[in-house]
Design a protein around this ligand. Sequence first.
Ligand code: GUN
Length: 295
Amino acid sequence: MATLIDGKVIADSIRSEISSELRQIMQDRAGAPRPGLAVIIVGSRKDSQTYVRLKQKAAEECGFISTVIELPETSTTEEVVTKVQQLNASAAIHGMIVQLPLPSHVNEAHVLEQISPSKDVDGLHPTNVGLLHTRGKAPFFVPCTPLGIMELLKRSNVVVSGKRAVVIGRSNIVGLPVAQLLLQANATVTICHSKTVRIEDVVREAEIVIAACGQRELIRGSWLRPGAAVIDVGTNAVTDDTKKAGYRLVGDVHFDEAKAVASCITPVPGGVGPMTIAMLLNNTMTGYKRSLGLM
Ligand code: GUN
């Protein structure tokens, strides 16, 4: 039976490490500002609103100043860009994110390109993406979910170097960057996607499986190599009338089957999700410390 990788417990300890570090800085530097995180949300998607609320609450609990800018669904690309540029210019803001997805009429790539790479705590600006994927270079920031996955592996004592890792999914925000981080940690990495033939045969090779394809319970227990470490990034809502919300979240991995085969596995919810938020705080703290000349 797999051991559970408790993302909530690990994220909580990272969050308390960050708030202790901030307390120490504020003590050592009289008059220092607090770290400032800005989140832009466009429109009223319920899931995005929930994520943004969680990010804001976490930032405040850590002692940060959190600013949420809510723009209407009808905002133009130019209106979103204007807001980004104002935040770029504000000395009180050390990190900003634009919650994705944006409404389809807004040019997402153009908006992301306007974020100053040194405030891009989501690591999605092409400069940061390019630096991440260049040997010998370091981006200002690495995307939060991939960073959180690497931290989960590290704090769960999963050895990455020399291992075969399979990433299922090739998104800009998770699949591609996590594959790169695993490669940098000396894993041999394969990326699978919707056109991969006999995907189960590829997954069965892997000692480390990262599921980030957004397909409910796609990865079955029979696909896994016994003893694999399984990280499930999926958050798929399924109708469940027994829940107050009317739905529950399930991962991209068939959890009950997988836990009988894997050596360790993240649950959904309570696995990767809390780590994404902890890494957003970590990245904002990094931006803050750079602004104070501490890094
Ligand atoms: N939408 C879903 N996940 C994320 C994330 O990590 N960052 C942003 N900006 N939008 C998201």
